[in-house]
Design a protein around this ligand. Structure first.
Ligand code: SAH
Length: 390
């Protein structure tokens, strides 16, 4: 007997969930007063009007995605979390030799509302929904059982939590949570999981960093929006002739500088607004063989699409202006709210308007430690385009 409320799909509704998606929108559900009054994040069972069972999920009447499913009939407890974590860990251990990766990528790992980045013996968790918040104690028990990290940090300060009625906090629930080392593509970096951006490190660009590093030997490199030095240090390690890196964040640059020294390199770091610095470089006629522009999200919500698209176009134009003929240009977007086609179109217009020509040699997303649920292609947020520019 289940003590969990059963929610019903309206007749003929739930096309996506019937096809295998783990989401149900509010308008697809029978929402009587009793259902609407359920605590945000209540664990529920979902059924179709035809009696079809969709298993456990959680419900939030305040959220547009009212139900997120776990895609299981098994009770949601420590054992369930341990099994999902083991499955997630197995995938990463098949992909990587060292324990540095995104361990859990929400729906892509059957754990909606949760991401975990693993940096050796530190796990940094981000809980983004009321449903996952209520289950956090079970999750943390299971994480101890499966991974046994020395340090566990909750980086529960993502802005989207407010939409779920959750407060914003950062807390080391186990261990101290100071600086950690991240190993990636044979280089060593530093991250500050308590105070850095997001979880402290962007694993999503790992494969793109490796791709550019392969082109970097003997070439000059500009890493625009370098954060803690991801692309810059990968290229320096691969034998770049010299590396210049720009970011507006002083703490990020300080970590980048320390990581560069630890790897035995001395890139030139510039604290500046990326648009202003690129304008200065264009005015001076500075040029680089390889240019990376990996800015913060310009399209934070759908209403920002046009303004954000213009910003991507402008960044593409300025970045291409400082790319030498015969060089390579990587343009990235981490905005969920701009589709790949539109981003690629803005980048192309930005480059081609300069009278330059370019060919697209790589069209990529995040690495394989960021699996996407096959029915939710829109959750694959990262877009990275590499052009050979002439
Ligand atoms: N390329 C990085 C990730 C970049 S994240 C990596 O490989 O890890 C985006 C970065 O843009 C952040 O470090 C942020 O500090 C920086 N940023 C945000 N606004 C900026 C601006 N106006 N000018 C320069 N950098 C900016």
């Amino acid at each position: 007997m289940s003590v969990h409320p059963t929610l019903k799909l309206k007749p003929r509704e739930g096309r996506r969930v019937r096809a295998g998606a783990p989401w149900v929108f509010a308008n697809e559900l029978v929402l009587d007063a009793k259902t609407k009054a359920l605590e945000p994040g209540t664990l529920i069972k979902l059924e179709g009007d035809d009696g079809r069972k969709f298993g456990f999920g959680y419900f939030n009447a305040k959220s547009l995605i009212a139900v997120r499913l776990f895609e299981t009939e098994e009770a949601i407890g420590r054992n369930f979390f341990a099994a999902r974590l083991r499955r997630a860990l197995e995938l990463r251990e098949s992909l990587y030799d060292r324990p540095f990766y995104r361990l859990v990528h929400a729906e892509g790992d059957g754990l909606p509302g949760l991401t975990i980045d693993r940096m050796g013996s530190t796990c940094v968790c981000q809980v983004t929904t009321a449903g996952m918040e209520a289950l956090t104690p079970m999750l943390l028990d299971a994480l101890d059982e499966v991974v046994a990290p020395e340090t566990v940090i909750l980086r529960n300060d993502t802005p989207s939590r407010a939409l779920e009625g959750l407060d914003s906090f950062v807390n080391a629930v186990k261990g101290e949570g100071g600086r950690v080392t991240v190993e990636e593509n044979g280089a060593r970096y530093f991250a500050e999981p308590l105070s850095g951006q997001k979880t402290g490190w962007y694993y999503d660009q790992r494969d793109n960093r490796a791709f550019l590093a392969k082109l970097a030997r003997g070439r000059t490199v500009l890493d625009a929006c370098c954060y803690t030095g991801g692309f810059a240090i990968a290229c320096a390690k691969a034998g770049a002739a010299n590396v210049t890196a720009v970011d507006s964040s002083a703490p990020a640059l300080a970590l980048a500088e320390e990581a560069a020294s630890a790897n035995g390199f001395r890139p030139r770091f510039i604290k500046a607004d990326v648009f202003e610095e690129l304008e200065r470089m264009v005015a001076r006629g500075d040029k680089f063989d390889i240019v990376v522009a990996d800015p913060p999200p310009f399209v934070k919500s759908r209403k920002d699409l046009e303004a954000g698209a213009r910003a991507y176009r402008k960044l593409a134009r300025l970045s291409a202006s400082v790319t030498k003929p015969g060089g390579f240009l990587l343009l990235a977007s981490c905005s969920h709210n701009i589709p790949m086609e539109r981003f690629a179109q803005e980048c192309a217009i930005g480059i081609l308007r300069l009278g330059r020509s370019a060919t697209l040699i790589r069209e990529a997303g995040a690495g394989s430690d960021h699996p996407a649920h096959p029915m939710l292609p829109e959750t694959a947020y990262l877009k990275a385009l590499v052009y050979a520019v002439s």
